[in-house]
Design a protein. Structure first.
Length: 340
C-alpha cells in the first residue's frame, strides 16, 4: 500500500504523522523526532502533505517540497472542524490529513526565505517601537513624580532628557538622575536600531518591484508596502480584493440567518499587523481629503459628511486593501482619477 496523503502535526521536538492511501484507509500513524522527519519523508514516494500554517511551517514546507512532495499549508481555524472529540497530536494529524483533501479548502501560500527575512525585520521594528513607547512613558512618569511635567510627544521627552544631561538644575536626587540617564541612553539606542531596520527595509523596497508599485497607492508608505509585498507571496490565492480585505479583518462580521443579513463591527480576523498599518495610512488619507482633487478624495469627503471619522478610516483601509490586491495580481501601478 502506498501513502497518497499525509498529515503532519508540527511541534517543537516530536512530530505526529497520519497517512492514508488512495481509498482513505489509514496505513500510517507515527511519531518522529524533529531530526528524523526529513530522512523519513525522503524515503516516501511523492504524495500530498498537509500542515497547519504556523511560525515554522514555511521552513518545513520548503524543505519537504524539495524532496518532491506536494506540500500545502492550511489555516489552523480551517482544520479545527475536522478534529474528532478529544484534541491531541494524533487527532490533529488526522484532521490535517482530512482537511487537506477537501476540494474547497483554502491554503496559505508558502513564503520564501527572503520574504520571511523581511517580515522578521518588521516584527523586530514593531517590538522595538513598543519598547520605545514603554520607556517614553516610564521617563515621563518618573519626571512627574518630582513635579516636572513634559508636554505630549516623544520630542518633548527627548528635550527633557537633553536638559537632564546638560545641566543639573532640574532638582532631581542623584540616584533618580542616574536611573533616568540610563533610560535616556536606552531610548537613544532603540531609536538607532529602529533607523537601522528602516534602512534595511528601504534597501529591499528599492529592489522589489511589487513593493514599489504598492507605494503608489495613497496611504501606503514604504513600511506598509514592504509588509504587504512580503506577506502576500501569491495574490492569486485570493479570488478577489474583497476576499483579501476579509483576510485582513477589514469587513463586517456577519450573523445572518433566514435570509436576513445582519452585519456588525469589522471582524478583526487575520493579519493584525497589516490591518493596523492600513488603518494608520487611511487616517492620513482622511486628514488630507479636503485638499485632494481626485475621485477618491471626493468619495472620502462625501463619507465624512455622513459617517463618523473612524468608520470612514476603516472604509478607506478596506478600499486600500482591495486596491493593493489588484495591483499585486495584475502587476500595475496605481492610477488616480481626477474628480470631475
Amino acid at each position: 500500500m502506498i501513502i497518497t496523503t499525509l498529515g503532519i502535526d508540527l511541534a517543537k521536538s516530536v512530530f505526529q504523522l497520519h497517512g492514508v492511501d488512495a481509498d482513505g484507509a489509514v496505513i500510517l500513524q507515527k511519531k518522529l523526532r524533529r531530526g528524523a522527519v526529513l530522512d523519513f519523508l525522503s524515503k516516501l514516494g511523492p504524495c500530498l502533505i498537509g500542515m497547519e500554517a504556523c511560525a515554522t511551517s514555511h521552513y518545513w514546507a520548503r524543505e519537504i517540497a524539495a524532496l518532491g512532495h506536494d506540500v500545502r499549508l492550511i489555516p489552523p481555524a480551517y482544520v479545527k472542524p475536522y478534529v474528532k472529540r478529544q484534541k491531541n497530536d494524533a487527532a490533529d494529524a488526522e484532521a490535517i490529513c482530512e482537511a487537506v483533501t477537501r476540494p474547497n479548502m483554502r491554503f496559505v501560500p508558502m513564503k520564501t526565505e527572503e520574504q520571511q527575512g523581511v517580515l522578521v525585520l518588521h516584527r523586530s521594528r514593531d517590538l522595538l517601537m513598543r519598547q520605545r513607547t514603554m520607556i517614553l512613558n516610564a521617563i515621563r512618569a518618573h519626571f512627574a513624580e518630582f513635579g516636572i511635567i513634559a508636554a505630549q510627544g516623544p520630542r518633548k521627552v527627548a528635550e527633557l532628557c537633553m536638559r537632564l544631561r546638560d545641566d543639573g538644575t532640574l532638582g532631581l536626587p542623584e540616584v533618580a538622575r542616574s536611573a533616568l540617564l540610563a533610560l535616556a541612553d536606552q531610548l537613544d539606542n532603540l531609536a538607532a536600531e529602529v533607523r537601522n531596520i528602516e534602512q534595511q527595509l528601504m534597501v529591499w523596497h528599492r529592489q522589489n518591484a511589487a513593493s514599489q508599485r504598492l507605494e503608489t497607492i495613497p496611504g501606503v508608505g514604504r513600511i506598509t508596502a514592504t509588509a504587504l509585498a512580503a506577506s502576500v507571496p501569491d495574490p492569486v490565492a485570493f479570488k478577489s480584493g474583497r476576499q483579501f480585505a476579509a483576510y485582513l479583518g477589514l469587513v463586517p462580521r456577519q450573523n445572518s440567518s433566514g435570509g436576513k443579513d445582519r452585519l456588525g463591527h469589522i471582524s478583526k480576523m487575520g493579519n493584525g499587523y497589516l490591518r493596523r498599518l492600513l488603518v494608520v495610512g487611511a487616517t492620513s488619507v482622511t486628514r488630507r481629503a479636503p485638499a485632494t482633487d481626485t475621485q477618491s478624495g471626493a468619495w472620502v469627503r462625501s463619507l465624512l459628511e455622513r459617517k463618523p471619522m473612524r468608520l470612514v478610516t476603516v472604509a478607506i483601509a478596506n478600499k486600500t486593501a482591495r486596491t493593493a490586491w489588484a495591483l499585486l495580481a495584475k502587476g500595475e501601478d496605481y492610477k488616480a482619477v481626477t474628480a470631475i
